[in-house]
Design a protein around this ligand. Structure first.
Ligand code: ADP
Length: 455
C-alpha cells in the first residue's frame, strides 16, 4: 500500500478512535456510557454512508469531479477518482486527436473511400472524393444501400464475391460516364469493408493516345513498306550479279519490317477488342494447318509430330487462335536447332483442353520466364533477329489467350527444350462434330500409324 494511502487510512482510524473515546468519556461523565457510545458509533456509520452516497451520486451523474481536499480515506478516494477521470479525459482527447487526424487524412485522399457495413452494404462513412467521383452526398447517403445508390455500377454481385472480388479496372462513374474509375473492395474486418475508387480517366486517356500512336505509325509505315518491298521483288538478281548479296539482305530486312508492322497492327487490334468472334474452331484442320506451317518453316530440318486426342474442338476466334498457335509453333521451329523435334498436341484436360507445343530446342533460362510475354522482350536479341523474330509473338499469344480466358504455361530447360501449353476452360471446349477429319486430314487409325512411325 502506498505511504499516503496508509497514512490516510491511519488518520481515519485515529479519527474513529478519537470519536469513540470522546463518546465513552462523555458517557461516563453523564453516567450513560453505552447509549452515548452507541449513538456515536451510529453517527460514524451514518457519516460514512453519507460519503459513500456522495461518491455514488457523483459517479452516476458523470459530472466533472473535483480534487478532494483534506485528508482521510474518503478524500483520498475523491483524489484518486479525480485523477482517474483526468487521465481518462486526457486519453480520450489524445484518441480523438488521432481519430480526427486519420479522418482528415482519409478525407483529403484524392481517391474516394467509403466504409461499408458488410451485411447491409450501407455506407457508414465516406470522404469528399466520394462525392466527386461516386456522387455520394453527406448526410443523405449515410446509411444508404450502395448497390442501389451507385447504379449503374453493378456492385451487388461484386459485394457477393466479397474477399474474392476482383478489382473493377475500368468502370464508368455514376456521376459522369466520361469519368473512368478503378474500383477495389477491401474487406478489412469481418463487419466492415472499404470501397476505394480511383479516377483513372487521365491514365486511360494516355494509354489510348499511346495505342493510337502505335496503331497510326504502323498503319502509315505499311504503305511505303509495301512499295519498297514490291520494287525489291521486281529486281532480278541476275541483272545485277554484284548486288546479289545486298539485294537478298534488303529483301530480308524489308520482310522483317513488314512482319514487325503487321505484328504491331495485330497487337493494336487485339488491345481494343474486348469481345471476340465466337466461331466453332475446328481443331482438326487447325492442327493440319499448323503442321503445314511448321514443315514449311522447318524445311525438313526438324521432325514435326502432331497429336490430336479426345476429339475436341474450341469456341473462339478462328483467326486469333490460329495466330496464337502459329506463333508458338514458329517459335518452336526457330529456336530449335536442326535435327530436333517439335510436338504439337491437343488433348482434353479435366473438363477443358490443352494445346501444347513442345520442342527440343535451346530452352529458356528460368529467370527470363516471368517477362517473356512482354513486348520486345527477348532472351537473346541476336538469336531472335537471326531467326526473323519481331519480339512481339508471345505478346500476341498472351493477348489472344486473355480474350479467350485461357492461360499460358511455360516449362523450359536450357539445352533440353521448352513446352508452351495453352489451357482452355470447359466453356471454351466442345466435342467435335462427327465426320470431321483429324489433324492430318486422315482417319484416326491412319494417324495413329503415322504417330507410331514417328516414334
Ligand atoms: P521473337 O519474335 O523474338 O521470337 P517472341 O515474343 O515470340 O519474340 O518470343 C520472345 C522470346 O522468347 C524470344 O526472343 C526467345 O528468346 C524466347 N522464346 C520464345 N519461344 C521460345 C522457344 N520455343 N524456345 C526458346 N526460346 C523461346
Amino acid at each position: 500500500m502506498p505511504s499516503h494511502i496508509r497514512s490516510a487510512w491511519f488518520r481515519t482510524l485515529g479519527q474513529l478512535a478519537a470519536v469513540l473515546v470522546l463518546a465513552a468519556l462523555l458517557g461516563l461523565a453523564i453516567g450513560q456510557p453505552w447509549p452515548v457510545l452507541t449513538v456515536a458509533a451510529l453517527g460514524v456509520v451514518a457519516w460514512h454512508y453519507w460519503r459513500l452516497r456522495k461518491v455514488l451520486l457523483r459517479l452516476t451523474a458523470r459530472e466533472r469531479l473535483r480534487p478532494g481536499k483534506g485528508d482521510g480515506v474518503w478524500n483520498e478516494l475523491d483524489r484518486l477518482m479525480y485523477r482517474g477521470q483526468d487521465e481518462m479525459r486526457a486519453r480520450k482527447r489524445r484518441l480523438l486527436g488521432i481519430l480526427r487526424a486519420y479522418r482528415a487524412a482519409a478525407a483529403a485522399l484524392p481517391d474516394a473511400v467509403v466504409v461499408v457495413e458488410r451485411n447491409s452494404q450501407r455506407a457508414l462513412w465516406f470522404n469528399k472524393a466520394a462525392t466527386q467521383l461516386l456522387g455520394l452526398r453527406y448526410p443523405d447517403d449515410l446509411q444508404s444501400p450502395l448497390g442501389e445508390r451507385l447504379q449503374p455500377l453493378s456492385l451487388s454481385h461484386w459485394f457477393a464475391a466479397g474477399r474474392n472480388a476482383e478489382p473493377m479496372l475500368d468502370a464508368a462513374s455514376p456521376v459522369d460516364p466520361n469519368l473512368r474509375l478503378n474500383l477495389r473492395l477491401i474487406p478489412y474486418s469481418d463487419e466492415y469493408w472499404l470501397l476505394v475508387a480511383r479516377d483513372v480517366s487521365k491514365l486511360l486517356h494516355l494509354e489510348q493516345v499511346r495505342r493510337d500512336f502505335v496503331a497510326n505509325v504502323s498503319h502509315e509505315l505499311r504503305t511505303p513498306l509495301t512499295v519498297v518491298h514490291g520494287y525489291l521483288d521486281m529486281l532480278d538478281p541476275a541483272d545485277f550479279p554484284e548486288w546479289t548479296p545486298m539485294l537478298a539482305e534488303m529483301q530480308k530486312q524489308s520482310q522483317r519490317m513488314t512482319q514487325l508492322v503487321e505484328d504491331l497492327l495485330t497487337l493494336s487490334r487485339l488491345e481494343v477488342q474486348d469481345k471476340l468472334a465466337d466461331d466453332d474452331v475446328a481443331m482438326a484442320p487447325m492442327l493440319a494447318t499448323l503442321r503445314r506451317e511448321a514443315e514449311a518453316l522447318s524445311q525438313g530440318r526438324h521432325a514435326i509430330v502432331v497429336q490430336d486426342e479426345g476429339g475436341l474442338d474450341l469456341h473462339g476466334s478462328n483467326k486469333e487462335l490460329h495466330s496464337a498457335f502459329s506463333n508458338l509453333v514458329s517459335n518452336a521451329v526457330r529456336y530449335t536447332p536442326a535435327g530436333g523435334s517439335i510436338t504439337i498436341r491437343f488433348a482434353p484436360e479435366g473438363a477443358g483442353a490443352v494445346l501444347s507445343v513442345r520442342d527440343t530446342g535451346y530452352g529458356i533460362p528460368e529467370s527470363h520466364l516471368p517477362r517473356i510475354t512482354e513486348r520486345f522482350y527477348r532472351v537473346s536479341t541476336s538469336r531472335s533477329r537471326e531467326s526473323g523474330g519481331t519480339g512481339l509473338g508471345l505478346s500476341i499469344v498472351k493477348h489472344v489467350l486473355n480474350l479467350h480466358q485461357a492461360r499460358l504455361e511455360i516449362e523450359s530447360q536450357v539445352g533440353l527444350g521448352s513446352t508452351f501449353s495453352i489451357h482452355f476452360t470447359a466453356e471454351r471446349v466442345h466435342p467435335r462434330a462427327m465426320g470431321y477429319a483429324n489433324a492430318s486430314g486422315m482417319g484416326h487409325a491412319e494417324l495413329e500409324c503415322v504417330r507410331d512411325k514417328e516414334k
